[in-house]
Design a binder for this molecule. Structure first.
Ligand code: AMP
Ligand code: MG
Length: 419
């Protein structure tokens, strides 16, 4: 992907750039054109590979299973021997998982076999032990058995050379199991992305310290830490909180950018402060400033400081989480070289009445459940103020109300995004 040079002048000359109003989708697309994925790779052991992004396709070096083996406990036989009502076969030995029968099985003979054990040479079917009777040194079984029955064939799960995981895929628990099942003890992944975070605001205090009048605890940094940790593949640089002071802010931004691929801050981008941070960023980097037609999360800054990407999120705790989930998360996935999963929405019946004026996309916090008939129903978590973090904590989804939508009557169908 070619990176576009980001300057305010070329943005301002582009048709869809309006810093005073941008739809959620326009803003997403806009940010996307400046994102160039990480290319540096490293090789890590399986325990370190969880949640990392594969930098190369993984081809299977072997067949899985590696040999024909039994799907049942029973007797391995030659199918051609089983053409009579009751066949009596001489029991020649046994094949256990990890302890194969070494010899060849000839006509009139059979082998005791356990699940997962190698099918002995000469055999082409397994008769379940429930369908056979031991009679001294022989085994008696009826007819009606099929050629190849109860045999798992070599390569039936994965053929040698098949692509089992692809570049850009995140390694999940099943991916670890899959790599191990192929005998692979390492994976080639993209390097971790370094993300620096800090909060801005003179009112902020660190949890665990006493509050003085007018102060509040800094919660955004911890929500962000959690959101970033969940992505995996991110090295988080927590830079604490920074006072609303131009020089402090400038120093913090420069320091953060010099040490990370992405800088995420919260606060200080609301209407009154926008010009101030815009000027500061114009001085040390390039910034695109938006009022996005959304609620919560109207102000959002995106830009670059040196080669670092900068996201200036709003200060209100719910707005931080909403803007992170709607814009930053996908941007980070792309920067980490990940395949983007298309975010799907569900339709649910909204049992709450919602007040809304057309003009902005709203992300109301909802609780999605099923009614007695199994249909999806959703209700709002109550007060939707953008500072009410408990509303986010009770919710399990966003109720997404499109720009043109007005009031919602109870019983209407709405779009829901599950967390
Ligand atoms: P701002 O965008 O800086 O004007 O902040 C908007 C609101 O969010 C104000 O009420 C701030 O006190 C609050 N706020 C800003 N940063 C944080 C933070 N890190 N943790 C909790 N609340 C915050
Ligand atoms: Mg502030």
């Amino acid at each position: 992907m070619e990176s576009r040079h980001l300057t305010l002048s070329n943005l301002e000359s582009s048709n869809d750039y309006d810093p005073n109003s941008m739809s959620v989708e326009q803003a997403r697309q806009f940010i996307r054109q400046f994102l160039v994925p990480i290319s540096e790779q490293e090789i890590v052991g399986l325990h370190q590979a969880l949640q990392r992004t594969l930098a190369a396709d993984v081809l299977s070096p072997m067949n899985v299973p590696p040999h024909d083996n039994s799907a049942m406990d029973g007797y391995a036989v030659r199918h051609a021997d089983l053409n009579k009502d009751a066949t009596k076969l001489k029991l020649m030995g046994s094949s256990h998982a990890g302890h194969p029968f070494g010899g060849h099985v000839s006509a009139g003979e059979c082998i005791r076999i356990m699940t997962g054990a190698l099918i002995p040479d000469g055999c082409d079917a397994v008769v379940m032990q429930e369908h056979a009777k031991l009679d001294g040194g022989a085994v008696v079984m009826g007819s009606g058995h099929n050629l190849g029955q109860n045999i798992r064939l070599a390569g039936e799960d994965i053929k040698r050379g098949a692509t089992v995981l692809s570049r850009g895929q995140v390694i999940r628990p099943v991916g670890l199991g899959l790599l191990a099942s192929l005998g692979l003890s390492e994976a080639t992944v993209y390097r971790k992305m370094r993300v620096a975070i800090f909060s801005t605001g003179d009112e902020l205090r660190q949890p665990g310290t006493p509050l003085e009048s007018g102060q509040i605890y800094d919660s955004n940094r911890f929500s962000l830490f959690g959101l970033l940790s969940e992505l995996g593949g991110v090295e988080i640089l927590d830079m604490g909180n920074v006072r609303d002071d131009r020089d402090c802010l400038k120093a913090a931004l420069l320091d953060a950018a010099s040490r990370s691929d992405v800088v995420i801050t919260s606060g200080g981008v609301s209407v009154g402060e926008a010009d101030y941070i815009k000027q500061l960023l114009a001085e040390i980097g390039e910034v695109v400033f938006w009022k996005i037609a959304m609620k919560p999360g109207r102000p959002l800054a995106y830009g670059k400081i040196g080669s670092s990407h900068f996201f200036g999120l709003p200060g209100n705790p719910v707005a931080v989480m909403v803007t992170f989930l709607q814009f930053v998360r996908d941007a980070l996935h792309l920067l980490m070289g990940r395949q983007l999963k298309s975010a799907f929405t569900l339709k649910a019946t909204c049992v709450s009445k919602i007040k809304k004026s057309p003009g902005r996309t709203e992300f109301q916090r909802g609780i999605l459940t099923q009614d007695e008939s199994g249909a999806l129903v959703v209700h709002v978590t109550g007060d939707q103020g953008s500072g009410i973090l408990s509303s986010m904590s009770r919710a399990n989804c966003f109720i997404v109300l499109p720009v043109s939508q007005g009031n919602i009557e109870a019983g209407s169908s709405v779009d829901v995004q599950l967390f």
